[in-house]
Structures are given as structure tokens and as C-alpha cells.
Design a protein around this ligand. Structure first.
Ligand SMILES: [Fe+2]
Length: 211
């Protein structure tokens, strides 16, 4: 037997190396797709933006019921829109499965009791410009498409407030009745797939450099 492959240390190194190569390949693929869309378009923050939301990766801190959701992505920038941006601020907020926001209002988070604040959070991108949030799938309200609100802030780039949507609602009556944010660019329609009971989606964004 070739002892190169019976040596656990060596095997672990090979495993880590192949995982890194897969990750690098995925990053190139998402970078190309994000760059093809150009700078991510802005849209309204809506009436339910609350400032200074808590720093969280699992934003369902009060256990709202619904289908578990994990959304991850990479923030890109630079002159060609392909440079991952570490340390970017990523803020997320969305309604619960019944279409209600928590709180159902705006202003600074200090206006509300902690138990009123849910499904909102802020994080920083990692070394590869990556971010990830766990939550539940939002419901519908009014004539809106199902959506997630986002705010991105990175040094040397223009801040971005935008929304992402569910690809399976594209072209449906629900989309046609939603007059907020017409002409949504391709990269803001996110494909969600169920895996191990969790709806998983990927949202990559490109920020515009300043100057
Ligand atoms: Fe909304």
C-alpha cells in the first residue's frame, strides 16, 4: 500500500488543499457571474429599516416559526467588480413568515425593547469577502414579491441599499403586481434550493468604487 495515502496527516493536508481549490474555483465562478451583472442596483430601504441592528449571524434570535433559510454570498468591488472585499458591513432585514416586520417600524433600535427586534442583523465579510446569515424564509405582504432587504458598506466604495428576490417568482403574477423596483437585474434573483430542510441561496453583490 502506498503510505502517502495511509498517513492521516498527509491525507488531511490533501483534503484541505482540495477543499481550498474547490473554494477558489467557486469564488472565481461567483466573481465572474457577479461581474457580468455589473454594479448591483440600488432600491428602496422601505419603511421598516431600523438603525444599529444587532451583530448576528443567526438573525432569528427569538425563534420565529418558518422554513429555515441560509443565505450566503460575497461582496465584490474594485475597478473590475471582481475583487472580494473583506471587512465590508452587511446588514439584512426581512419580514416573518406572516409578512410582519419586527419591529413594525423604523428609527434607531434603541427605541424598541430587545424582544421586539427580530429578523434583522449586521455582520462583516470575512477574508474572502464572504458573508452568511441564518434565518427563516420571509412571507408575503401587500403586493410585494418575497424579498430580503440589504445594506452594504465597504471602504472606498459607494454604500448600497438594495433587495434580493426569489427566482421562482420571476415572471409570475406576483412579480407583475409588484411595482417596487421594476427591471430587477439578473443577479438579484436568487435561486433557493432545499437541502437538509434548509432553503439555501447565494447572493453576490458588486459595489461601485468611489472615484
Ligand atoms: Fe420589505
Amino acid at each position: 500500500m502506498d503510505d502517502r495515502f495511509s498517513n492521516p496527516g498527509r491525507r488531511d493536508v490533501l483534503h484541505a488543499l482540495s477543499a481550498a481549490l474547490v473554494a477558489a474555483g467557486l469564488l472565481r465562478a461567483t466573481s465572474a457571474r457577479a461581474a457580468a451583472c455589473g454594479v448591483t442596483a440600488a432600491t428602496t430601504a422601505g419603511p421598516f429599516y431600523v438603525g444599529n441592528a444587532p451583530s448576528l449571524a443567526d438573525i432569528n434570535r427569538h425563534g420565529a416559526t418558518g422554513t429555515p433559510m441560509r443565505i450566503a454570498g460575497t461582496v465584490f468591488g474594485g475597478p473590475d467588480g471582481r475583487r472580494p472585499l473583506p471587512g465590508a458591513v452587511v446588514e439584512i432585514w426581512h419580514c416573518d413568515a406572516d409578512g410582519d416586520y419586527h419591529p413594525d417600524g423604523s428609527g434607531d433600535v434603541s427605541r424598541y425593547a430587545p424582544e421586539q427586534v427580530n429578523l434583522r442583523g449586521v455582520g462583516l465579510t470575512g477574508a474572502r469577502g464572504d458573508f452568511r446569515f441564518d434565518s427563516i424564509v420571509p412571507g408575503h405582504y401587500g403586493n410585494r414579491r418575497r424579498h430580503i432587504h440589504w445594506r452594504f458598506v465597504a471602504e472606498g466604495h459607494r454604500p448600497l441599499v438594495t433587495q434580493s428576490y426569489w427566482l421562482d417568482e420571476r415572471g409570475t403574477l406576483r412579480e407583475r403586481l409588484d411595482f417596487v423596483d421594476r427591471g430587477t437585474d439578473d443577479c438579484r434573483w436568487v435561486r433557493f434550493e432545499m437541502e437538509e430542510g434548509i432553503a439555501r441561496g447565494r447572493f453576490d453583490v458588486v459595489l461601485a468604487p468611489i472615484g
